[in-house]
Design a protein around this ligand. Structure first.
Ligand code: BV8
Length: 251
């Protein structure tokens, strides 16, 4: 990403104007947390998990078929998440929210790093890996010790599972309606660090484009929407976002 890269200054003008008018919506994916040391879904699973398909592990079928393996996979991820810190990209989004009268952060991530960075108005489309509930009745569970090799049981006898949305499970009922409203009431949607392959989250940029809302994508790699967005900024969010927000603050 070069400071003079085409469109960045234009993006800053759009964002500065949006801060004092209709506001900004942001959709983030795993790429935003990769500079915090959290592997993305498209990073080949390394080490212990090589050869496993995340979409299979992150599913009710996967859990029923092999609860201990799925439990250990989430416990391993939970350890990485708890050891991680928000990176400059998370912090820049929290700063941009402070500058904007209306701001909604819609995240596909389950690592709570946006919360820890200070973002306030967050919609977690896919839940939160640090919370647990039981498989059968979703009874919430309190503290769960790290390092267990199999899921502990709920008081109702059902095994615990992480409070995330698995493939094949519906999102929380309010998530997409709130996210869609947030996008449609904004004048700029930023799409940051997502391959745009998982539905229904991946529909949000198209909803924005069809409604004439400016869409800005930040990613080191082009994605299925890159040719359709108003500006594609090629680069890591940890470098691009602080630079863009610094330009907004200068305007
Ligand atoms: C649903 C929580 C209705 C869990 C996640 C068959 C049966 C059932 C459903 C389906 C089906 N076929 C299709 C579906 C729909 C399915 C789906 O979309 N499947 C895909 C694979 C085709 N969706 C669902 O199942 C959803 N529910 O539809 O309910 C329903 C109900 C029943 C039956 C039918 C329909 C639920 C989807 C939610 C799944 N849960 N997470 C967990 O975390 O374990 S999804 C999970 O994967 C993440 O949350 C995230 O959303 C997704 C990964 O996407 P990304 O975030 O984009 O990450 P990715 O690794 O792909 O890309 C990273 C990007 O970052 C890359 O572009 C890279 O270039 C970039 N990057 C890298 N470094 C940086 C960077 N960018 C910036 N800076 C950097 N430094």
């Amino acid at each position: 990403m070069l400071p003079g890269q085409k469109g960045i200054k234009e993006v800053a003008v759009w964002l500065a104007s949006a801060c004092s008018s209709r506001g900004i919506a942001v959709l983030t994916g795993a790429g935003v947390s990769s500079e915090s040391g959290i592997p993305t879904f498209r990073d080949k699973l390394t080490g212990l998990w090589e050869g496993y398909d995340p979409a299979k592990l992150a599913s009710p079928q996967g859990f029923v078929a092999n609860p201990n393996l799925v439990w250990q996979w989430y416990d391993w991820r939970r350890g990485i998440v708890e050891a991680a810190s928000p990176n400059p990209g998370h912090l820049a989004l929290a700063r941009l929210e402070q500058l904007s009268q209306h701001f909604t952060l819609i995240t596909q991530n389950v690592d709570r790093l946006h919360h820890r960075a200070g973002s306030k108005n967050i919609i977690e489309l896919h839940g939160n890996i640090l919370n647990y509930s039981c498989f059968s009745k979703r009874h919430p569970a309190n503290f769960v010790a790290p390092g267990l090799t199999e899921p502990p049981l709920c008081h109702c006898g059902s095994p615990l599972r992480p409070d995330v949305v698995w493939f094949g499970e519906s999102l929380p009922a309010s998530a997409m309606p709130l996210a869609t409203d947030a996008v449609l009431s904004s004048s700029v949607l930023m799409v940051v660090g997502t391959s745009g392959l998982v539905q229904p989250a991946a529909s949000l940029p198209y909803i924005a484009l069809e409604s004439g809302i400016k869409v800005v994508e930040i990613n080191p790699v082009r994605t299925p929407i890159s040719d359709q967005v108003d500006v594609f900024i090629e680069g890591p969010s940890g470098g691009v976002l602080p630079y863009v927000v610094s330009l907004v603050e200068e305007l």
